[in-house]
Design a protein around this ligand. Structure first.
Ligand SMILES: NC(=O)c1ccc[n+]([C@@H]2O[C@H](COP(=O)([O-])OP(=O)(O)OC[C@H]3O[C@@H](n4cnc5c(N)ncnc54)[C@H](O)[C@@H]3O)[C@@H](O)[C@H]2O)c1
Ligand SMILES: [Zn+2]
Length: 400
């Protein structure tokens, strides 16, 4: 972390500066279940009520439109009837568009803030979001900015939001075409992952989320990486046991990084969990989000794996091995937008590198690979090696 200036100044003897200091411990449960709203199961009501069992807790639901066909309003209504001693539903659930649409226009966040206001949701009531990573990001921002933060429970319904985005401490929406420009760090009250939602996901979304598991395995856990290789076929065909293990392990690794990585609110310049993301964010924007986040991350991983080899960090051949895993999982490693250029002829991805640095602030810090399961940070990216890596990906994709 680059905060050395603070302790140095703190140690100085001076009478014109007082140091305000406090720390706030954060904790929240992350559950992995099936049948979350089965009236016979009390987990949801237990999480909402906590120690305050002598009152009814006010809950307002925001639900991803992609789940409209599941009839959740009725299912949740039945659950609330069964637990009416502790739960009170405030108004009908609000439906919001799913996917990147909800993040592209701040008006959606404002609608949610307005609903939180008109339903008189206070800092002891709950905003509960059910949906994919995009809806959770937008609803999380609305909850974090209403009354400076009301209690917020996330119920992630995609692979990606269960194994990565939903368990973390960030929310954001896009602004002026820049991914995640407006957002906050706001730990949730709880994260409740229900595997039953995954069966309803379109195949494309179900595959896309696998890339985040590959990402976190590659930078943090060699054993999990080998497990992914061994179980790639089972994961590609959505074998439930393999899928559940993958979600849990990936979520745990993300949680561990946030809790023990030393920088949960990203005050420094490094963001290890964003391995493969500097190019992914740009690719998403370049394709107007036709390429999904998870799909773009797969291509970003492949690009940075090849770059790691060309930079002499990763042994030759390991890049190929990573690409084989991605492809076995059903992920693609090439899209023509990767080689698009701006009006001056500059590779658009390199413009994305500048944007990535600005987003993080401070020195450019990119995570690359030293081994399968071992990340390494670098502070510059060589434009020629980026081009060579792209050429390799393109040639490899063509040869299939
Ligand atoms: N906050 C973070 O730390 C963080 C981290 C990684 C990614 N993200 C964000 O997450 C977003 C991607 O999220 P995602 O991959 O979960 O996809 P998504 O939220 O974009 O959803 C994809 C589609 O699936 C639909 N859907 C969701 N759940 C469904 C279900 N169970 N059945 C059927 N359809 C369903 C949605 O309506 C949408 O059409 C991106 O905006 C990305 O930036 C945030
Ligand atoms: Zn991601």
């Amino acid at each position: 972390m680059e905060l050395e200036a603070v302790p140095t100044m703190q140690n100085e003897e001076r009478d014109d500066v007082f140091w305000q200091k406090f720390s706030v411990p954060f904790q929240y449960p992350v559950a992995f279940v099936r049948g979350l709203f089965d009236p016979a199961k009390s987990l949801f009501a237990d999480v909402v009520a906590g120690e305050e069992t002598d009152k009814r807790h006010r809950c307002f639901f925001i639900i991803d439109e992609g789940l409209a066909h599941l009839g959740l309003e009725k299912i949740i209504g039945t659950y609330f009837d069964a637990h009416s001693d502790r739960l009170e539903m405030i108004g009908p659930p609000m439906q919001v568009p799913g996917g990147e649409i909800v993040k592209k226009d701040l008006a959606h966040v404002e609608c949610m803030q307005n609903a939180i206001h008109t339903r008189a949701i206070d800092r002891h009531s709950y905003v509960i979001a059910i949906g994919g990573g995009a809806v959770l990001d937008a609803a999380g921002l609305a909850a974090a900015t209403s009354h400076r933060g009301v209690r917020h429970i996330r119920i992630p319904t995609t692979i990606l939001s269960q194994n990565d985005s939903g368990v973390g401490v960030k929310n954001a929406v896009n602004f002026k075409g820049i991914k995640n420009y407006i957002g906050t760090f706001a730990p949730p009250w709880a994260v409740l992952n229900d595997f039953d939602f995954l069966a309803h996901l379109p195949t494309r979304e179900r595959i896309a989320g696998l890339s985040e598991a590959v990402k976190v395995a590659l930078i943090r856990d060699p054993g999990f990486y080998l497990w992914l290789e061994e179980n790639a076929d089972a994961l590609a065909t959505f074998e439930p046991k393999a899928e559940e293990f993958m979600v849990r392990r990936s979520a745990q690794l993300h949680m561990r990084q946030i809790a023990h990585g030393g920088d949960p609110f990203e005050m420094g310049s490094a963001r290890p969990l964003d391995f493969g993301h500097w190019s992914a964010h740009k690719l998403e924007a370049l394709t107007n989000h036709h390429v999904r986040h998870g799909e773009a991350v797969a291509m970003g991983i492949a690009l940075d794996a090849r770059y790691s080899v060309l930079a002499g960090l990763l042994p030759e051949g390991q890049d190929e091995r990573i690409v084989v895993l991605l492809e076995t999982l059903g992920l693609r490693i090439w899209h023509s937008a990767l080689e698009s250029r701006d009006a001056s002829g500059r590779l658009s991805l390199l413009v994305g590198l500048d944007e990535f640095q600005e987003h993080l602030g401070g020195a450019l810090t990119i995570t690359l690979l030293r081994d399968l399961g071992v990340g390494v940070e670098v502070n510059e990216m060589d434009a020629t090696l980026v081009e060579s890596s792209l050429n390799w990906l393109k040639a490899r994709a063509r040869s299939e």
